[in-house]
Write a protein that binds this ligand. Structure first.
Ligand code: NCD
Length: 328
């Protein structure tokens, strides 16, 4: 594994492997001794976090995931403090970062930039891996990984993701998390997807075509209450108002697309509620108390999954397995 630009690099064996590695890393990190050993694994490496779009969880979990492995990090979180304001091109900036570090993790407001950075690496003498931490409205592959891990763990006693009915709700049109997660559903047997969205924000045709092409059954509905009792998981997302060009979000009635205490009564006892966060009004705070609310655990899983991913990029997975094998 080198660049992680989109979800196409993942197949089922790799997804299973990363989930297993995530659990192993967590196990090793539990003891102070294990945590110290993990920090030795990549202590000569440096990473650059280049985030020119707001981020809390992805930034912090990537940064801390690097630290878990002993990787030192530097950051640019605003293009206005980089030489891009002096007219430096995107490619020259990325090439500069690559001169100083061994890994570039990047998030941009527009799509396509992580792919451009990865393409540039193909033409320079010291290429470093590029990890896409969110590219515009299009992709968020590392979020999809932590979502897969959270789903797999939630369904640990019932055969994992295979055979489950997964609902995805909210702004499916402009939400990159659901777009990346939908793509990964092709690797699971017998999964059915239900897209629940207001008309204005229904899933884009490219994802629906992808699902049809890969034989992932899906239906679209605006009726949450009828759908809820059938679901094994509901993945809720917020309205991506920052992508409005003509104030589209303001006229939409979101009330039918929210989870509150009433909706909890309609959901299976074994179902899980997920959300990439940050949340808006689409999940009531009261829902946090319900054992099916998985989003805070999901957020924490994100750090461990990112440790596993970075370990895989730097070929450290055998060492981690070795460390884990000493723990009984
Ligand atoms: C998501 C994102 O940035 O796409 N957040 C995250 O990374 N956890 C979801 C969102 O902002 O709605």
């Amino acid at each position: 594994m080198f660049h992680v630009v989109d979800t196409t690099i993942f197949d089922r064996p790799l997804l299973d492997d990363l989930c297993e590695l995530t659990t192993l890393v967590r196990t090793v990190a539990k003891s102070p001794e294990g945590a110290r050993q993990l920090q030795q694994l990549a202590s000569t490496k440096r990473a650059m976090l280049y985030f020119t779009q707001p981020s809390t969880r992805t930034f912090l979990s990537m940064n801390n995931a690097c630290h878990v492995l002993g990787i030192r990090t530097s950051e640019i979180r605003n293009a206005s403090v980089s030489s891009e304001v002096k007219g430096e091109t995107f490619e020259d900036s990325i090439r500069t970062f690559s001169s100083y570090v061994d890994l570039i993790v990047m998030r941009t407001p527009d799509s396509g930039y992580a792919a451009r950075a990865a393409a540039l690496m193909g033409s320079i003498p010291r290429p470093v891996p590029i990890v896409n931490a969110g590219s515009g409205k299009d992709q968020h592959p590392t979020q999809a990984l932590l979502d897969i891990y959270t789903l797999e763990r939630s369904f640990e006693d019932s055969g994992g993701i295979d055979g489950k009915i997964i609902g995805m709700m909210g702004d499916l049109k402009r939400g990159r998390t659901v777009r990346s997660l939908s793509r990964l559903m092709r690797h699971y047997e017998g999964v059915r997807v239900v897209f629940i969205a207001p008309d204005k924000f229904e899933m884009e045709p490219d994802i629906k075509a992808f699902m049809a092409e890969h034989g992932i059954p899906f239906v679209e509905t605006g009726r949450l209450h009828e759908t809820l009792p059938t679901l094994d998981a509901i993945y809720v997302t917020r309205i991506q108002f920052e992508h409005d060009v003509d104030n589209e979000s303001s006229g939409v009635n979101l009330a039918p697309f929210t989870i509150g205490t009433h909706e909890l009564g309609l959901l299976k006892k074994t179902a899980v509620i997920m959300h990439p966060l940050p949340r808006g009004p689409e999940i009531a705070v009261a829902v946090d108390q319900d054992p099916r609310a998985m989003y805070w655990r999901q957020e924490r899983n994100g750090m461990w999954m990112r440790v596993a991913l970075i370990a895989k990029i730097f070929d450290l997975d055998q060492e981690i397995r070795e460390l884990a094998s000493h723990i009984s």
